[in-house]
Design a protein around this ligand. Sequence first.
Ligand code: DC
Length: 217
Amino acid sequence: MPENSNYAVAIDGPAASGKSTVARRLAERLGLIMINTGAMYRAIAWATIQRDIDASDTAAVLAMLDDIEVTCGVNDGTSTILIDGSDPGEALRADDVNSRVSAVAAIPEVRHLLVEKQREYLDLGSLVMEGRDIGSVVFPDTPYKIYIDASEEVRLARRSAEGLTDVVSKRDEEDSKRKTSPLVVAEGATVIDSSEMNIDEVVDAAMETLREQGLNI
Ligand code: DC
């Protein structure tokens, strides 16, 4: 843990498990900064599209990384990311980003760059950070770790209710099989299966879990 008293709540889980909504609600309730790390990997995937780079061509992606400016910040209590000063906005959720992001996220150098930026956020205040490797790699020493799960059927239904056609199972398979920082249940994390729960119930279960993990709330 860092020398200051800021702490991180790690929320990990597969695509469309509800972790973003839960993380946002927890951050609001606890007055913490909410960091969406998926948006950071998505922004790199978006940049490959802007530059017409094959996301599976590691050398080309690395050359691009050397050439772009990735600026992470916070606005209104939530993380922001700019690529060369531009905010990709809603384009981060588009199908072409969905289909490339796992390839980009499997590149160790991409992860190294983004994990450093994720850790730097702790200088700004206490955080709720959501992703795939927050409890296992980014903040392995935090005592506050939750893994939000849901059945594949429920996750697909949630995405399509949002009007999105994200092939979550394919991304999850790629994210779980990659060599560097795969999606895992981190040591010390409590798993909450949200398949049969509404969002209020998941947030309540997460709050209870954090109390059990020793957070004074
Ligand atoms: O949370 P999300 O679906 O927006 O994440 C998009 C992709 O980014 C996901 O398929 C895997 C990758 N990712 C990652 O590898 N590590 C993280 N901490 C967050 C996301």
